[in-house]
Design a protein around this ligand. Structure first.
Ligand code: TMP
Length: 255
């Protein structure tokens, strides 16, 4: 099978690629989907370092969409399918080398994209995911120092659409918080997993990874200042969904 050209990746070299995501169920790309259907799927992701405080806002945003009569698929990464949840358990507990970690993240993502995200978008649902590929660029690329170009290649394979584009979120809400404040919030909350046990320097690199990714794809990113009172953060989340045209079914239309 041929590798598909991607919208955001540098052109991958020759070699075997996986082909597009389940062509029978895949949704059209955002631009064409929203031009033709008022109930086109919307894909929103939440990102940020551990302790940034995104969790409660994810549920609140799902409720806000349901109040507008939309069906919401609420999901997470790594995870979201039975297979990906098994990989999640390994990823959050077991030590492994950075390539193994990156490949397992993308293996879990492929199963998630094929079996949950694309089918839900094709049904015209709102998909809200707690983390997606930006986390791999931030944690494995930034935190672990793993090769950014290899991640681009894997992203292009795993998120390939039949039309040759790469599936990307319509909107990514990046909860930006300094690692020192995030660490204070996490302290004593529960037994830390493999990533939460990492050093302050690791989380500084993760935060820089998110900033780099945001800088590279600014149109779909909304940076949320997470070091504010909860109601102000929520107001910023709603404002971002509005200004990115998501309520109106025209994501990408930044006001
Ligand atoms: P969380 O669900 O509590 O956020 O835990 C998921 C952890 O996995 C979190 O520490 C970030 C990490 N992670 C990566 O390192 N790479 C990825 O691609 C994803 C999705 C998550």
């Amino acid at each position: 099978m041929n590798l598909l050209p991607t919208a955001t990746a540098t052109a991958p070299g020759p070699g075997p690629g996986p082909g597009p995501v389940a062509a029978a169920t895949a949704a059209p790309t955002s631009a064409s989907a929203h031009a033709t259907s008022p109930q086109a799927g919307v894909f929103i992701t939440f990102e940020g370092i551990d302790g940034a405080g995104k969790s409660s806002h994810i549920g609140a945003l799902a409720d806000a969409w349901r109040d507008r009569g939309r069906t919401v698929t609420l999901t997470r990464e790594p995870g979201g399918t039975p297979l990906a949840e098994k990989l999640r358990a390994l990823l959050l507990a077991d030590a492994m080398d950075p390539l193994c970690e990156a490949l397992l993240m993308f293996a879990a993502r492929r199963d998630h994209v094929c079996n949950v995200i694309e089918p839900a978008l094709a049904r015209g649902e709102v998909v809200i995911s707690d983390r997606f590929t930006d986390a791999t660029f931030a944690y494995q690329g930034g935190g672990r120092g793993f090769d950014w170009q290899v991640l681009h290649t894997l992203e292009g394979w795993v998120q390939a659409l039949p039309d040759g584009h790469t599936r990307q979120p319509d909107l990514t809400l990046w909860f930006d918080l300094t690692p020192a404040v995030a660490a204070q919030r996490l302290a004593g909350a529960r037994e830390p997993d493999k990533f939460e046990s990492e050093s302050a320097a690791f989380f500084e690199r993760v935060a820089a990874g998110y900033a780099r990714r945001c800088h590279a794809q600014p149109a779909r990113f909304a940076r949320i200042e997470a070091d504010q009172p909860r109601d102000k953060v929520w107001a910023d989340v709603l404002a971002a969904v509005h200004t990115h045209g998501c309520w109106q079914g025209q994501p990408g239309q930044v006001a």
